[in-house]
Design a binder for this molecule. Structure first.
Ligand code: HPA
Length: 273
């Protein structure tokens, strides 16, 4: 097996050859939350399949490309579409782009996702600042031999979502009058929507929202020494809380509607980072 470091550096070399920008802010746009892309100026679009060693995206509603450009003047590197564990990728593959981002010079990672609300004070369409996570997936990207060039064997996870960024997100939201919630995101492996019993259990254990992504990327980013901001779009209430059955189309539709407000919020956040 090729070592991860050389694979990552090969991806980095290719991406660097495609852009003159040197962004310090990375973003991952979740299902239905791609609106932001249209406001990125001087776009350079790099399809994932062109990048050496990158995994390939398969999920409906996800377009697989990296985009560099300027958002409100700030240089950004945006992942449009992510890799999910439930698609069959290994945890290392799910987190691979984060390793690449780090080596490209990204210091701040903004992660967005669509998820189900467990906290009954939430409603579909709400935006939630993630203040912590619970990993319910069967593994994480750091399993295996550690390469100290990336990060420490036993990384700290006291502040998986950076407090300074959380404070900034709140103050920007207040200035712009963007309503927000705050809570703990539980990462479930999927791809089925959880059972009602699973939701009751994780709700009792402190989860406010549940989704099938974000946690592996957050773990990798912290390990790599990046500061992470996580914002979830509550697209539905979790199983047993909402009466209707789930549908991916409805999830994407609700995310699309909330996307506009999320864009306004994120654009101002990147300006102030
Ligand atoms: N559960 C898991 N993932 C999700 C949900 C949900 O209810 N909604 C959107 N993504």
């Amino acid at each position: 097996m090729d070592d991860l470091y050389s694979l990552v550096m090969e991806s980095v070399k290719y991406i660097s050859s495609k852009t003159t920008l040197t962004p310090k802010i990375g973003m991952i746009l979740g299902s239905g939350l791609g609106d932001l892309v249209k406001n990125i100026m001087n776009q350079e679009i790099i399809p994932y399949e062109e990048i050496p060693n990158f995994p390939k995206s398969t999920v409906v509603g996800h377009e697989g490309c990296l985009i560099t450009g300027r958002l409100q003047g700030a240089e950004v590197l945006v992942m449009q579409g992510r890799f999910h564990f439930f698609e069959g990728y290994s945890m290392k593959e799910v987190a691979y782009p984060i390793y690449v981002m780090k080596q490209l010079g990204i210091e701040t990672l903004i992660i967005t996702n669509a998820c189900g609300g467990i906290n009954t004070s939430f409603k579909p369409g709400d935006l939630m600042i993630i203040n912590d996570f619970i990993n319910l997936m069967p593994g994480n990207p750091l399993i295996g031999l550690n390469d100290e060039r990336f990060g420490p064997r036993f990384p700290d996870m006291t502040e998986p979502y950076n407090l300074r960024l959380i404070t900034l997100a709140k103050s920007v939201a207040e200035k712009l009058q963007v309503p927000y919630q705050e809570g703990v995101y539980a990462g479930f492996m999927g791809p089925y929507y959880e059972t009602a019993a699973e939701i009751r259990m994780i709700g009792k254990h402190g989860a406010d929202a549940v989704g099938m992504s974000t946690v592996p990327e957050t773990i990798a980013a912290n390990y790599l020494g990046m500061n992470v901001l996580g914002i979830s779009c509550i697209t539905n209430m979790a199983t047993g809380i909402q009466k209707e059955k789930h549908s991916h189309e409805r999830v994407v539709e609700t995310a699309n509607k909330a996307s506009e407000q999320l864009c306004v919020w994120l654009e101002r956040i990147v300006q102030e980072i």
